[in-house]
Write a protein that binds this ligand. Structure first.
Ligand SMILES: [Zn+2]
Length: 288
């Protein structure tokens, strides 16, 4: 026969295990959609999550900051990020993705297919190869389902490493653009998409309209033209930018352009992480 002490120990142990399991199941079935714009300094990193599914768009410049943010917004037992999207291979967008790929199991990576000679891009390719991560080159028409939300790739119009008519190989200029639709809510993610490519995206017929716009290229004056902004027609604009950065981002003319349209501006250098919680398909509210 077991001693009473042993029996109590066993019961307590089983109770704790059941509570942890119940917590995990409750969390996984808590289907609230969250979109978090991380404050990563001068750079860009966005986490979209629903239950235990995650999409990470860019990873900011630093692995250390990126890991802190992922640790804060992904529960400790969930070690998988279903999808990583790298908008373009610049340090301030893919630097932190390397640590994310080292520390999490990654379902797939989608990037714009543009090559780069930088050290950070070499490391990015190395980790994808070492961990045997499936890599897809993003282009318009790709549609990623995340339970009842979906993320559409709107740009580039074709796979860039093999453009039909001598497309650009510049890193910024072919930033991947994606739009998240969740019922009546929509978010447009623009990477560093520049004004010089406006006509390409307009001509493609892509529906750019969105409630929330992540302002392209950290508010650079070479992006977010008047026409682009009219196409998106957002009510809120997120600027992911470092305090006192050397680029002068965001440009005063972009801030004026947003204000003239009565668009509510939220900046990561002023308010830190910006988290949207969507209770259902009809309501997304800022949590902080
Ligand atoms: Zn950037």
């Amino acid at each position: 026969m077991f001693s009473k002490k042993y029996l109590y120990f066993l019961l307590t142990f089983l109770l704790i295990i059941s509570l942890i399991l119940a917590g995990i199941i409750f969390y996984s079935q808590n289907q609230k959609l969250k979109v978090v714009f991380f404050d990563v300094g001068q750079g860009d990193a966005i986490l979209i999550s629903k239950g235990d599914n995650q999409i990470l768009i860019d990873g900011g410049p630093s692995g250390k900051i990126e890991m802190e943010k992922l640790g804060k917004y992904i529960p400790f037992w969930d070690r998988k990020i279903e999808l990583i999207i790298a908008t373009h291979p610049d340090q301030d967008h893919i630097g932190g993705l390397i640590s994310a790929m080292e520390n999490y199991k990654i379902g797939k990576v989608i990037d714009n297919g543009v090559e780069n000679d930088s050290q950070v891009y070499k490391k990015y390719l190395e980790i994808i190869a070492n961990k045997n991560i499936e890599r897809l080159k993003g282009k318009r028409g790709m549609n990623i389902k995340m339970k009842d939300a979906d993320l559409k790739i709107l740009y580039p119009n074709y796979v860039l490493e093999n453009p039909p008519t001598g497309g650009s190989k510049d890193t910024n200029t072919d930033s991947l653009v994606a739009k998240l639709n969740y019922g009546e809510n929509s978010f447009l993610f623009t990477g560093d998409f520049p004004t010089e490519k406006d006509q390409d995206i307009f001509n493609s017929g892509a529906d750019l309209s969105a409630n929330v716009l992540r302002v392209a290229h950290h508010g650079s004056k070479y992006a977010t033209s008047e026409e682009f902004l009219s196409e998106v027609s957002p009510t809120e604009a997120i600027i992911s930018v470092g305090k006192n950065n050397s680029y002068g981002h965001p440009a005063p003319e972009i801030l004026d352009r947003l204000k003239a349209k009565n668009i509510n501006i939220l900046r990561t250098d002023e308010v830190g992480d910006i988290e949207y919680d969507c209770e259902n398909q009809f309501s997304c509210q800022i949590a902080n």
